[in-house]
Write a protein that binds this ligand. Structure first.
Ligand SMILES: Nc1ncnc2c1ncn2[C@@H]1O[C@H](COP(=O)(O)OP(=O)(O)OP(=O)(O)O)[C@@H](O)[C@H]1O
Ligand SMILES: [Mg+2]
Length: 543
């Protein structure tokens, strides 16, 4: 026997009723239990009560399908009402009874006669349409208490798959509706506040949590060329073809975890031009602390970036010119001045041999002149080699560094421990020159600024990355200077800035760590892809 699908008015909670006493509650539960245990009996009671209204109770489908309908709604927690083809109520669940104030005698009545059904717009035509077209219809309604429900009307099918009526299901969507309303209100407020943002010169947009643009100020219209009407409703990063400095998911994660995100983005404007913007994004919350939107302020820094880029290119070009100039002067000194001095020494030696026999005093002066010329010749040679070590071209980085370190130790008395392990192949000319110049400048700095008696130079090639480390045991770099060096470089010397610039050209980076026990400089860069047919020259004496 089907049970519990039909309830009596006794079980329907009356609006505005005062809290029942325990005794009353007990009675109600008892009566409810009776209702639930004896629906058949209830039906019989209802039948006899309405004996004078045969058109309702003797409806041909009512008795035969009662069991099926009751079975369907049994144990269903949802609010459901079943009607037959004539729109007469055949059964309902307790939840439906509560929402629509249904009572057992309503069984057999056309649902459209119910005063509570007035909350459903065009109910009759909807049900008939559902039955005729075997389709489903949905609408959102508020009940008499103002609670939101989603009403779903679908056909009620017999075992033989014939339409026998319709099932109306009410699902409580009050929470969702209220949340959506609160969110809309918050967004409206945000939009209202955003109006002020039209006055700002920067481009400002408000996006929802799915990045859909909701507000687009005049600054954004000017920057990107799209009007607010064109921009709103689009997903911002797709619309602006955003290039992020890190994956989009990571940007979003940081934004939602910390409440804000700052960084540089590349956007495409309406004309197709790419611009760089300094972007600041902040989460917007409603009164309950729920995120309702994102305020994004973008400042066009394309011109500044272009100026920085051309400045970098200029300094790169200057470094290159400096290298070329050094090489030219080195060659001149070696080939011209150096040769003249060598010839002078030879001539003086020849004169000295002749004079020695007749005039001892002149011979002594000549020996001194020869000595001075020899020293000048050596100095010119050293200067020429320092300006551009020929071994760097011919014998490779290791030999050039060994030669340089030896001379440096002689001149400065700073002992240098050098280890180069870059494998059998030579690096490219620019890579070798970069490493040589960084070691040269670092050792000069150690001699000039650190007071250290020792230095260590390590160069290694590991997974396609060249790593250079130069360290000393000196007094360290003062904190303010170190901070300036690790940022823009400020007004300090050109040595470390030059290192950075050389590394930047190779896609590398520089890190300086310094404490009172000494300074360590780390420079790294990825080795260049070898173009087809280019090849790296084989090491000449380096391993
Ligand atoms: N090994 C070191 N130990 C202590 N201080 C150092 C060391 N290396 C650099 N510094 C500090 O960093 C500053 C900047 O160095 P950088 O090489 O850029 O310029 P510089 O040596 O002063 O001048 P330039 O290299 O242009 O002749 C130095 O003035 C010095 O104060
Ligand atoms: Mg220096």
């Amino acid at each position: 026997m089907p049970k519990g699908n039909i309830i009596s008015r006794k079980s329907v909670k009356k609006k505005g009723a005062t809290s029942p006493q325990p005794r009353e509650v007990g009675q109600k539960i008892q009566s409810r239990r009776e209702d639930l245990l004896s629906p058949e009996q209830e039906l019989d009671d209802t039948k006899s009560k309405y004996a004078g209204r045969p058109e309702r109770l003797t409806h041909p489908d009512l008795n035969s399908n009662h069991a099926a309908a009751a079975n369907l709604v049994r144990n269903v927690d949802a609010a459901m009402v079943i009607v037959d083809k004539s729109l007469r109520i055949r059964g309902f669940t307790p939840s439906a009874a509560e929402i629509l104030s249904l009572i057992s005698p309503d069984i057999g009545c056309p649902i459209t006669d119910l005063p509570s059904a007035a909350i459903f717009a065009q109910l009759e035509s909807k049900i008939r349409d559902v039955m005729a077209n075997v389709t489903t219809k949905e609408q959102e309604v508020t009940d008499v208490r103002g609670v939101w429900h989603s009403l779903r009307v679908r056909p009620y099918m017999s075992h033989a798959n014939k339409v026998e009526g319709a099932v109306l299901t009410l699902t409580n969507i009050d929470n969702q509706k209220r949340q959506a309303a609160a969110q809309k209100q918050a967004m409206d407020e945000l939009r209202g506040q955003s109006e002020l943002l039209h006055l700002a010169h920067d481009s400002i947009m408000v996006r929802d949590v799915n990045s859909v643009i909701l507000f687009w100020n005049r600054g954004a219209e000017e920057t990107y060329g799209w009007s607010a009407a064109e921009a709103c409703g689009n997903v911002s990063h797709q619309f602006l073809e955003t290039e992020f400095p890190e994956p989009f998911d990571q940007v979003n994660e940081k934004l939602f975890n910390s409440g804000s995100w700052e960084g540089e983005l590349i956007h495409r404007t309406r004309t197709g031009k790419q611009i760089t913007v300094a972007s600041r994004q902040v989460l917007q919350h409603d009164q309950n602390g729920r995120v309702v939107g994102i305020l994004e302020i973008n400042k066009d820094i394309t011109l500044r970036k272009e100026a920085e880029e051309s400045l970098r290119n200029l300094s790169a070009r200057l470094l290159q010119l400096q290298d070329e100039e050094r090489r030219r002067i080195a060659r001149e000194l070696h080939d011209s001045t150096g040769q003249s001095l060598a010839a002078l020494v030879i001539h003086l030696s020849a004169i000295s041999a002749r004079v020695a026999e007749v005039d001892q005093t002149t011979a002594g002066l000549l020996r001194e002149a020869i000595q001075l010329s020899q020293t000048a010749s050596d100095e010119i040679r050293t200067l020429s080699y320092l300006l551009h070590p020929p071994t760097l071209d011919h014998a490779g980085l290791r030999s050039a560094l060994e030669w340089y370190v030896e001379g440096f130790t002689q001149r400065s008395k700073v002992k240098v421990d050098l280890k180069v392990s870059i494998g059998p192949n030579r690096l490219s000319e620019i890579e070798e020159r970069t490493l040589f110049r960084i070691v040269q400048e670092s050792l000069t700095n150690i001699f000039r600024h650190s007071g250290s008696e020792t230095a260590s130079v390590r160069i290694a090639l590991d997974s396609g990355i060249v790593r250079l480390e130069v360290s000393d045991k000196g007094k360290g770099i003062p904190g303010d200077i170190l901070r300036a060096l690790n940022s823009s470089g400020g007004q300090l010397g050109v040595g470390i800035r030059g290192m950075r610039e050389r590394l930047r050209q190779l896609g590398g980076w520089l890190q300086i760590r310094s404490m009172s026990e000494g300074t360590t400089l780390n420079a790294s860069f990825p080795i260049r892809e070898i173009a087809e047919g280019e090849g790296r020259s084989q090491a000449l004496g380096s391993s």
